[in-house]
Each structure stands twice: as C-alpha cells, then as structure tokens.
Design a binder for this molecule. Structure first.
Ligand SMILES: Cc1ncc(COP(=O)(O)O)c(C=O)c1O
Length: 442
C-alpha cells in the first residue's frame, strides 16, 4: 500500500503554490520543498516543469525513494575479495551497486541493486559539463559478532540532501536511502575485511543526468551507491601530517559552496595539494581572508588545543559559517568533548576542558607556539578519523606542532579511541547503527 511515511514536511509548511492536490494520490509522495519548486519557476525554454493535476492544474507531489520497490539482481560472477593487506584506498569495489533514477516529471524511480558496472550516460549529460555532482563518504564496520555497523548514517543522508539542494538536484527521504544502503552492504558484507581497523567505504553519489547543454536545473538525476573495502589509515603506526598554510589559493569564500560536499569543490584542490607535496607537505591548510583565518585542512576539519593561564585546556575548531564542510567526525568530536565536560568522562581527555567553535587566525597559532601554550593540532574526517599535525609551513617558515611520543597528542588519541570504539560496537552507542535488512527482498 502506498505509504506516506516519507513525507518530510507537513502540508501546512508548504507555500500555497506548492500545496498538494487532494484530488489524486501517488505512492510514497514527497512534499515539494520550496527548493525544488524554485527551479521550476522560470518557465521559459527547457526548464523542467513540475507535474500538475490534469483537472485542477495544481502541482502534485512526486514519489520519494521507496525501498519496498527495490529490484535486486544478484551478481552471477561474484569476485573473491583481495587479501586485506593489498587494499589501496578506493581502488577495489564490491560485487553490487545501488542505483535510483529521478526525473522532474515522475520523481524517484525504482531502486535497483545490481552487479557493479559502468554507467551508460549521454555525453551531453549535465554532470559532465557543469559539475552537477554531490557525494558522501561513510563507512561500515564488521564487528566480531558478525554484525555490520554504520556510523551515524543519518548525518550523511542529511548532508547529501543539503548538498544536493545547493546544486538544484532533488531531495530524497534519507531514511529510505539508508535502508537501501544497509541492504547493499549486507549483500556485500563478505567484502568487509575482518581484520581490526579495516572497513567498507560507502560512496553515495548523486549526479545530474539531463541530456542538454544549457545551464539550468537538471530535469533528471541518478543516485548511485558503490562500496570499496579499505584498510586502516595508520597501517604502521600513527603518522602525523605536515600542512602548507598557503595564501596562494582559496578553497571557499562566504556565500560560496565550501560547506557543501559537491564535486566542484574537490578538483580545484588537487593542484594546490600537488604543489604542497612538492614542497614536502602532505596537505594544504586552507586559510581565508587578510587575517589568514584557519578553515580546514585538505579534506578534513581542524581542531587546535591551547593551554589557558588557569590550566584549563581549550579544544577549538573553526565555526562552520558557510566556508567549512560540516564534518560528521567534527560534530562527533565536538559532541563527545562537550559530553566529557558535562560529566560523561572520556578516558584521556583533560579534566578541565573547554570546547569552542571559534574563529582562529594564523597569528594566534604562531604566538601560541612561541609562548608554549599550543598543545596539539589535528584534523578529523571519515578516512583517518583523526590525523595529528606536526608541522605547518607559513610565510616561508615552519611552525613545529607538539605531537607527543605516540605521534599523536592526548586529545587526538582519546577521541580516536572513543570514536573507533563506537564505530566497531566495542563501546555501545546510539551513533553505531547495526545494518538490518528491512527491504526484505532476496
Ligand atoms: C572538505 C572536507 N572537510 C571535512 C571533511 C570531513 O568530513 P567527515 O568527518 O564527514 O568525513 C571532509 C570529508 O568528507 C571533506 O571533504
């Protein structure tokens, strides 16, 4: 039976121009968020038009992603996963993938889980010309008891929706996609290496697939999910990273797209990264503005820890504003540290801790390093979870950053241990979601 569970906005929250027609019903209807309709308003030329009720002319809702409709085609030529020790990040893919088409005329179509393979796309597709592409990075872990766990998948679903909306791609029911991803991951669970520290990297991606060269909202889209087994970031002990804080390039600016996980943000970072590598640094520290405000590092968020005069340790990270990607790991570190301050203690974190999201400029880092109040700096992200920084190149000089004897400062180590514990299920926590087959079809 049609389910209305996927409605994400009450009809009362829709503007009168987007209110649903009551004269017909469609399965798993999706409310027309203002954002979708915004793209339709310019009704000239080839702009996609929302479907309208043939009797009343009112805009009708389109079907959302419906996991119960999934078509499953088992891969008859399943491969043998390579030995875990041979895995290189993002080079090996599992036997299956998930695809879900969307069109402005008919909404989300039939989800399919099928053998991993090439996509066939017309060369005029919007994704190839104007970077209509947004993606997520999340991981599944295999626990010793055989269960497969995802880490905060709701956050990745919400971020994908947010990013998609920034480039006029369609919104979707995050819980429905999460259920389909769980089904996919369970089908390919043999690919999740059993060794500690290994995981399955999951890459949900949405692209614009309209065959047209005009710049405008894409009338068609494809959401697909592929999975890749990956090894631990620190296969042979923690390795701190070195950052080049360059003013030559800017990753993001206010009003731009830096806080969205869209493909267009990533290709332009490759040349700066190669230049940093030539100078002996592993990543770029992205600065913004005349005061050299710290924003992010490579593809990670950044945390800095300072000693305050009264002995309190401050853990600070730049505010998101609209130039920093809202990392799931960043959020998790902030939430864990704030819980610690409230009394839910995390072993290894300082007794007197202050957690701040605040603006930091390079001059503050230089000064704190000189007067000995700079304690540690680390990046956070799904791939490494935390990555200690031991050196920052800035204006022709290197700023040494303390890392401690383990190659990682005490805060970085404490949050790494707790996040890994949650991800693998060793530490029971609501953020760790056991993958379930709620889709049910074989
Ligand atoms: C630019 C950027 N910043 C930060 C992050 C870290 O985000 P997360 O913790 O969700 O992996 C990523 C990775 O996704 C990223 O691409």
């Amino acid at each position: 039976m049609p389910s209305l569970r996927s409605w994400r906005l009450p009809a009362s929250s829709l503007s009168s121009s987007t209110r649903l027609s009551t004269s017909r019903t469609l399965p798993r209807l999706r409310p027309l968020a203002n954002l979708h309709v915004r793209g339709y308003k310019a009704s000239s030329g080839r702009q996609p038009q929302p479907p309208r009720d043939i009797m009343t002319g009112e805009i009708v809702a389109l079907p959302d992603i419906d996991p119960s409709l999934v078509k499953i085609q088992d891969n008859p030529k399943r491969k043998t996963p390579p030995p875990s020790s041979k895995l290189v990040f993002g080079r090996t893919f599992t036997d299956h993938m998930l695809t879900i088409p969307w069109s402005s005329a008919s909404g989300w179509g039939t989800p399919e889980i099928k053998p991993y393979g090439p996509l066939v796309l017309d060369p005029s597709c919007t994704v190839f010309h104007y970077a209509f592409t947004t993606f997520e990075g999340m991981k599944a872990y295999r626990n010793e008891d055989g269960t497969v766990r995802l880490f905060r998948p709701d956050k990745n679903m919400a971020r994908l929706n947010r990013s998609a909306s920034r480039i006029a791609l369609p919104a979707f029911d995050g819980e429905a996609l999460s259920q389909l991803i769980q089904k996919l991951v369970l089908m390919d669970s043999e690919w999740i290496p059993k060794e500690k520290g290994y995981s399955l990297y999951i890459r949900p991606t949405m692209i614009g697939t309209q065959n047209a060269l005009g710049v405008g909202p894409s009338s068609d889209a494809l959401l697909f999910v592929i999975c890749s087994p990956v090894g631990p970031y620190y296969a042979s002990g923690f390795k701190p990273v070195q950052l080049l804080a360059s003013t030559k390039y800017v990753r993001a600016a206010p009003g731009g797209t830096g806080s969205y996980k869209i493909g267009a943000n990533y290709a332009p970072g490759v040349v700066p990264q190669s230049e940093a590598a030539k100078e002996g640094y592993s990543q770029n520290l992205w600065l913004y503005g005349d005061e050299h405000e710290i924003t992010e590092v490579g593809t990670m968020n950044l945390f800095v820890s300072f000693k305050k005069p009264d002995g309190t340790v401050e853990l600070a990270t730049p505010p998101l504003d609209d130039i920093v990607l809202p990392g799931v790991t960043r959020l998790s570190v902030l939430e864990l540290a704030r819980e610690h301050v409230k009394g839910n203690k995390i072993p290894g974190l300082p007794e007197k801790l202050e957690v701040n999201e605040r603006r930091m400029v390079m001059a503050e880092i230089v000064e704190a390093q000189k007067n000995g109040t700079l304690l540690e700096i680390f990046g956070t992200g799904t791939a490494a979870i935390v990555s200690a920084v031991d050196r920052i190149g800035f204006q022709g000089k290197d700023i040494p950053i303390p890392v401690g004897p383990d190659g990682m400062g005490p805060i970085a180590k404490a949050v790494l241990d707790r996040v890994v514990g949650i991800q693998t299920g060793e530490f029971e926590h609501e953020w760790s979601v056991i993958a379930k087959d709620t889709v049910g079809k074989k």
